[in-house]
Design a protein around this ligand. Sequence first.
Ligand code: ATP
Length: 437
Amino acid sequence: MSVQSVTLEKIVALCKRRGFVFQSAEIYDGINGVYDFGPLGAQLKQMIKAAWTKNVTSFAEDVVLLDGSILGSAQVWKASGHLDNFSDPLVDCLNCKKRFRADDPDINLDKACPSCGVKNWTGVRQFQLMFQTNLGALSDAASVAYLRPETAQAVFVNFKNVMTSSRVKIPFGIAQIGKAFRNEITPKQFLFRMREFEQMELEFFCKGEQASSFFDLWCERRKQFFINLGITPEKLRLRPHAADELAHYSKACFDVEYEFPFGWKELEGIANRGDFDLSQHSKFSGKELSVFDEATRTSYVPHVVECSVGVDRLFLTLLFDAYYEDNVEGEVRTVLRFSPKIAPVTAAVLPLTNKLTEQAENLYLDLKAKGYRLQFDASGSIGKRYRRQDEIGTPVCFTYDFQTLEDGTVTARNRDTLVQERIALDQVEGYLQRLLA
Ligand code: ATP
């Protein structure tokens, strides 16, 4: 009876209606490729980031955290290769003045512009994706800085600082969550391709001979992470990069892909990057970034396995995957079937009528004080309130009714099965604990 028919338009509308995501500066007509996250969106992002941190830091080897700066000097981006290579091919339509990525599958330079139907292209040129700014009052070459297009470089430039201050030993990882900025030529598909977004990146350092087995371990672990978040396993796959897709220094690269309505697309990139990153920064900074191996009494530059996923892209994936429409009592019901572990609201407490508001509120306040993510909703018919909670993915609603006054039980209504059972008030917390376990 499920009539799952998710589209990007439905997701965008639900996100706005229920306070997950808003176009940034919407009252000034918005800013392209930039979004603000409303109360439920901000909460969902927190859940995603906490789950990711747990997944990477619970690895058998040490994984420590870092929170690097967003502004980076030109030297950092020269060494990383971004200043010379981080660009996309750009083409303009001279007739309608629209800009496109020349490698966009919808663009064929032998054919007319898809926007205006006229064939009048400029030549293809490379467009630098990093946002440039100036530090301080002078705008000269020495003051140039860039907003980071990925978080990883802060990890590499701090590699020695972390090693000497934290007493971690190879193999170990450094994990970081933070904003990244890319001046995407055509931001599109909502949160899929943004200009300001958040990344969760793990750089795992090991000896060269260990890299391919850690690479395999991380590929499996990261795919399993998405399954544990409740994402449909059949809609996930690990796709190896073909030889011509690999960066020259990269030994292997797999994308974790998800089957979006607009095709299989990258959710996370996992790469065996060899010793490229530390070698480059050592070369450009003149600082020693190798480590000494006591066993062999020799120094070596560690290799890196990188796992890089966008918070926002995972957010969008979770929405697509959780979105369902079914027919309940002749009406279409929209429901987000989030795993309880990730749902921004775990439970709603609903008084059946206004007369019961005070008693129901006591239950709500008691559980809220214990740290559960709850909503209290007393307005509208009970059916309408259930629908509102379904639409934001709340796994259970506890309804306080007149029977509660008599026998101390509430109705627990399950979002997915719609089954309603009566449970004692003193069992509500245990119910929540089981849901979150
Ligand atoms: P794509 O090919 O989709 O542009 P990429 O290969 O350039 O991605 P990476 O540099 O590998 O992306 O970035 C790692 C992860 O960061 C991606 O897998 C994605 O989840 C996220 N990401 C990258 N660019 C964006 C963006 N513009 N908006 C949202 N998320 C992004």
